[in-house]
Design a protein around this ligand. Structure first.
Ligand SMILES: C[S@@+](CC[C@H](N)C(=O)[O-])C[C@H]1O[C@@H](n2cnc3c(N)ncnc32)[C@H](O)[C@@H]1O
Ligand code: SF4
Length: 438
């Protein structure tokens, strides 16, 4: 049964980011494993998205539950890159058919912190992506201010990276220290300035809801990184999740919402555009080049220990973990796989009709709005017939519906994560709860 959206909005309970569906914690062992050649043979491989995951960091920030190992022992990164090269070679073979190799429209290198890898290893990551066919496509990479040196910057420029994303969170040392993130403002300034001058899109991630943060200090962080040259911003609400280092505080939900509004108003007043709940772009930002990957579509090939891959019927990835011990063991197990194992999906979730529809609705709404005719063309009926509960979202003013489309209102935009949570199927919700309880 669907939860009441009104009740969910009123509860202010802990929720989570809604950016992928279904969540990784719904993945389970696939028995028997699924052969990737057969799986991908049914897919359109004309404009795939390649994602390479680098699961290493120089520190573990108190808010973060990403799949990443802190300061691995010497030699682990080199063995890891070797394993990703091997996996890429297996996939190159698996994804090819008589019509030729698969084509990639986009590349993203994420983490963890990809620039934790030294310049030579980083270059090898770009090279393996190129060999797989992701050459001269819009390319994005995540960077932390403490890890980028001149040689690595040279690798990014030589590989024509089109977007960098720098985790900054806040420019105030007391705010970053309050979430156990060691960060020197001088590093932030040096790295953002240099990247902004060298790469078309320079994104900075900031967090709102940090202990001690006010609307005024949030605006200071925003202004500071804008002055350094950032032309895209992600404003993330601080989420305190199970198994991460921070505790929950009272009155925090209202405070966070007030900060979201303050940050948003500030950016809109400066002429910035809002692309989603979190994403803001400077006036005149460059459009991505090449074929556009729409996240409602599938066709994502993930390389590396924590990367997800999406086909229409199956999403798969290695088992997810949060504790350092489990992540370390998971990365070792992932590197130890044979070529035969790399050619199979062994852990994931099958998507039936209901999950495909929900995924499409959720991601369309959160990004650019849902085109009703496109929905009918894809799923054979009107979206309100398939998901009549959407009427409640219209009633409470989070969505406006007309004959052509369904769009988030301003209230819907700021409540995107609540909507995303609410739109999950009962099966997905139960699987997530099962993982949390385990
Ligand atoms: C992979 S990191 C970015 C690159 C690099 N590792 C760094 O931290 O500088 C992903 C981003 O997600 C955001 N993030 C992750 N967990 C979060 C949480 N619990 N609350 C708020 N933001 C979070 C942070 O803004 C962070 O910069
Ligand atoms: S926020 Fe970035 S640096 Fe911090 S633990 Fe997460 S991935 Fe690593």
């Amino acid at each position: 049964m669907t939860e009441s959206l009104r009740a969910l909005l009123a509860s202010g309970e802990y929720l989570s980011y809604a950016y992928a569906y279904p969540h990784k914690t719904t993945y389970r062992t696939l028995a028997p494993p699924v052969g990737l050649r057969e799986l991908w043979a049914e897919e359109d491989r004309g404009a795939l998205f390649l994602y390479v995951h680098v699961p290493f960091c120089e520190q573990r920030c108190g808010f973060c539950n990403l799949y990443t190992q802190v300061r691995p022992k010497s030699g682990v990164e080199a063995r890891y890159v070797e394993a990703v090269e091997r996996q890429a070679a297996v996939l190159s073979n698996v994804l090819s058919d008589t019509t030729g190799p698969a084509r990639f429209a986009r590349l993203a290198i994420g983490g963890g912190t990809p620039t934790f890898l030294g310049a030579a290893l980083l270059e090898r990551v770009f090279a393996l992506a190129r060999r797989l066919g992701a050459a001269d496509v819009p390319t994005s990479i995540e960077v932390s201010p403490g890890t980028l040196d001149d040689d690595q910057l040279g690798v990014l420029v030589a590989n024509r990276v089109t977007r960098v994303s720098v985790g900054v969170q806040s420019i105030l040392p007391n705010e970053t220290a309050s979430v156990q993130r060691g960060q020197a403002l001088s590093d932030v300034e040096r790295v953002v300035r240099r990247l902004a001058a060298a790469v078309p899109v320079c994104n900075v991630d900031l967090i709102y809801g940090l202990p001690g943060q006010t609307a005024e200090t949030l605006r200071r962080s925003i202004d500071h990184v804008l002055n350094l040259g950032a032309n895209e911003l992600y404003l993330y609400p601080l989420y305190v999740r199970p198994l991460t280092g921070l505790g929950r505080r009272d009155g925090w939900d209202d405070h966070r919402l007030a900060l979201y509004r303050a940050g948003r108003e500030h950016l809109l007043a400066l002429g910035w555009a809002q692309g989603s709940m979190r994403m803001f772009q400077a006036p005149g930002s460059p459009e991505p080049r090449g074929a556009v990957y729409r996240c409602q579509d599938d066709g994502m090939v993930g390389l590396g220990a924590g990367a997800r891959s999406y086909t229409r019927s199956l999403h798969y990835a290695s088992p997810y973990a949060v504790s350092q011990g489990a992540i370390r063991a998971g990365i070792e197990a992932w590197m130890g796989q044979s070529d035969a194992e790399f050619s199979q999906a062994r852990h994931g979730i099958r998507l039936g009709d209901e999950e495909r529809r929900r995924r499409y609705v959720l991601l369309s709404l959160l990004e650019a709005g849902l085109d009703r005719a496109a929905y009918v063309a894809r799923f054979g009926a009107d979206v309100m017939a398939h998901l009549p509960e959407l009427a409640e979202a219209v009633d409470v003013g989070l969505i406006v519906a007309d004959e052509a489309s369904l769009d988030l209102t301003e209230a819907g935009l700021e409540r995107s994560d609540v909507l995303g949570h609410w739109l999950q199927s009962a099966a997905v919700r139960a699987a997530r709860a099962g993982w949390e309880a385990a």
